[in-house]
Write a protein that binds this ligand. Structure first.
Ligand SMILES: Cc1ncc(COP(=O)(O)O)c(C=O)c1O
Length: 306
């Protein structure tokens, strides 16, 4: 029977047995760095493809540098552990891999030095993240922290407290996702996604220096739009009102894939339907992540031996 496993304290064990003490430092101060990697099931190939593992682990290691953490594994080893873990789980559906580097000492005190680090990773089956075909979004009252508060380029756990509040505010008001602005009022990103606008056949997305997470899906979409559709992406600050004028808006993320946005703050985007560029990118991206496009197989790591 397929089931969830974790790599915990150097061993592969059932997820239910991978537990930590309540005094663990990360639990109190958000002193952890995480990643989210998708494994995408291809029923014809009878294969799961882990998508862009190396880039995710590079970002994890960058985050560890910020948080002064040392984990005893390099990128290749982190990738190998993930493949072995995924094989052990034996799922035949879409999976989600959650690596976590964390301050594991059972100690109190606000600091990052003189605290031991540990690394764990677990896998669960996970389908759609934003469970609608077209999302309704609102601009959140919560802003993205700047690089001088919590560096947004990596997935530091504490950073996500603000994003979680933004998401809950949005959902409880009847929206599907929140769009956060930067401290100076430009469009930054969703609570767990990057954002793109299509205006007059061109794509626009906030620049990496605008306090956003430089998403791996964002990078895929920029690459695929250019290579497959001949569409360039301008990386420039985006005014809030441009969300209302855009022909198309969509969100990108490992969890959310390419999610069309139909409405922002009760204003219809374009004609309220999934736009042409968005639809094309959704299809191309979906093929790529399931190992269906030979040009991009270098982004896919097969789990099962054939
Ligand atoms: C705040 C934020 N922005 C953007 C993204 C998209 O990043 P990626 O495409 O690397 O998953 C995520 C997802 O992890 C996120 O949490």
């Amino acid at each position: 029977m397929p089931s969830s496993y974790a790599f915990f304290r150097g061993k592969f064990i059932p997820l239910a047995e991978a537990n930590i003490n309540i005094m663990t430092h990360a639990l109190h101060y958000g002193t952890a760095v995480f990643e989210g990697i998708r494994g995408n099931w291809n029923s014809q190939h009878k294969q799961i493809y882990l998508f862009r593992q190396k880039e995710h682990y590079q970002r994890l290691i960058n985050g560890c540098k910020v948080m002064r953490m040392n984990i005893p594994y390099g990128i290749d080893e982190l990738c190998r552990v993930t493949v072995e873990l995924a094989r052990k789980c034996a799922f035949e559906q879409d999976i989600y891999v959650r690596p976590l580097a964390y301050k594991c000492s059972e100690a109190l005190g606000v600091r990052v030095h003189d605290i031991a680090d540990d690394y764990t990773v677990f896998i669960i089956p996970w389908g759609r993240y934003i469970d609608v075909d077209k999302a309704k979004c609102c601009v959140s009252a919560w802003q993205c922290p700047t690089d001088n508060s919590i560096p947004p380029q990596v997935k530091i756990m504490g950073h996500y407290a603000g994003n979680a509040m933004a998401k809950s505010d949005a959902v409880e008001k009847g929206f599907d996702e929140a769009i956060l602005l930067t401290h100076d009022g430009y469009v930054a990103q969703g609570s767990g996604e990057n954002i793109f606008l299509a205006i007059n056949g061109k794509l626009i997305t906030p620049p990496t220096w605008n306090n956003i997470l430089p998403g791996i899906t964002r990078d895929c979409v920029i690459t695929l739009a250019k290579n497959e559709l001949g569409i360039e992406t301008a990386e420039r600050p985006i005014d809030r009102a441009e969300l209302f004028f855009a022909d198309e808006v969509f969100l990108t993320g490992t969890a959310a894939h390419v999610t069309p946005v139909a409405e922002v703050d009760h204003r219809q985007v374009g004609d309220g339907e999934i736009g042409k560029i968005t639809r094309q990118l959704q299809q191309i991206y979906s093929d790529v992540i399931r190992g269906e496009n030979s040009k991009y197989l270098h982004w896919c790591t097969p789990v099962y031996e054939k």
